[in-house]
Unconditional design. Structure first.
Length: 85
């Protein structure tokens, strides 16, 4: 099912949108639909399923870890050039 959406533009803005649509050889309505889809995709980010899959992939690996104080001390030692124990 499709729904109608009414969007109001001032004359200058509408003329600019129409000019852009003509340049791409599409109707103004199609240009607006494409623009809204692109904006929605850019805003949407990843789905919950994608995020969970990324976490599952990351937890399948074995990364070195330590107490935060130990990691900070090792990082500080590396920055000043001392050998890390």
């Amino acid at each position: 099912m499709t729904k109608r959406l009414q969007v109001l533009f001032d004359d200058d803005e509408l003329h600019e949108i129409q000019r852009l649509a003509r340049r791409q050889r599409v109707t103004t309505a199609e240009w607006v639909r494409r623009s809204l889809r692109a904006a929605r995709e850019a805003e949407g980010g990843s789905s919950t399923a994608d995020k969970l899959a990324a976490i599952r992939r990351a937890t399948a690996h074995s990364y070195p870890t330590a107490d935060i104080e130990q990691m900070l001390a090792e990082t500080a030692q590396a920055q000043i050039g001392d050998d890390v124990p």
